[in-house]
Design a protein around this ligand. Sequence first.
Ligand SMILES: Cc1ncc(C[n+]2csc(CCOP(=O)(O)OP(=O)(O)O)c2C)c(N)n1
Ligand SMILES: [Mg+2]
Length: 330
Amino acid sequence: MSRKPDIQTMLWMYKHMVLSRRYEEALAEAYLEGKQPLFNMANGPLPGEMHLSNGQEPCAVGVCAHLLDHDVVTATHRPHHIAIAKGVNLRAMTAEIFGKQTGLAGGRGGHMHLIDPAVNFACTGIVGEGLAPAAGAALARKMRGEDGIAVAFIGEGAANQGAFHETLNLAAVWNLPFVCVIEDNSYGISVPKGAATSVLHNDVRAASYGIRGYHVEGNDPLRIYEVAGEAIERARAGKGPSLIEIETYRLAGHFMGDAESYRPAGEKDALFARDPIPKFRQELVDAGAASSDDLLWIEEDAKSCVAELIDFAKAEAYAPVQEALEKVFV
Ligand SMILES: Cc1ncc(C[n+]2csc(CCOP(=O)(O)OP(=O)(O)O)c2C)c(N)n1
Ligand SMILES: [Mg+2]
């Protein structure tokens, strides 16, 4: 049932991993403007928290490579890699992150609240909050007899929220075209998974709801692609929801400014040694899927695309102060 991606898809996956990484590097640089030497989160062009997803790119591309614009994706407070892989409008997304009025939500949402109806993508800073709306979207598609499935990305910490269990229960009862993807990066802020979750892998929880559970090791985009392909194909065929837990890792802190003192000595070095981007690049070369020209072009294209996005967003205008309370709950 599951299958490996063709060369075009592999290149698409690699390209979006590189774009995501360069995008977050540029955001990190802009984030630190005005925040040094003393780190003050309120300063600079990007005030507030910033959660980077570097290291977790394989999860986004391995799943989103199977999705179409009309499929719904909800994501988390760590959304950039998923938004990029889902095809969110990057100019409007970057303007949103910089708080500008041409942003996806008029600059009111910031980096944790990106919404792009054109590709059915939304994310939220509330842990576990994307689950029920994604299942609701799946229910709507089923009731209307429309094509399309819904995927909720969450962190492993969110699998301990009530919304996780309630959503999986109803998704199973209603046999929804729904896939829950858990990005297990081992930590919820500073809390290791084992201190918050009674089972080693959350996919075993799928059995409680009578749905299919998958566990993916290795942070490997190709393996994720295969497993997600099977789950998504089942959802499209009316065979019901599934749960995929992917072992991944974040190369950065929980948010920028995190001292990461909770990590065991040597953990960061070990993670960087397993960085999925150079690993995938080598696999593409070994498989004859990419020439050095292809790889150079992908790298250069990502860099110039990101530079253009940041310049664009910085130059955009903020919403007028008198409109600050419009389009928000007060
Ligand atoms: C309902 C809710 N509770 C607590 C928080 C504070 N909070 C933000 S991120 C986070 C940890 C989330 O961990 P996980 O789901 O594993 O995602 P990760 O940050 O590892 O990507 C917490 C507790 C929140 N935003 N929402
Ligand atoms: Mg986590």
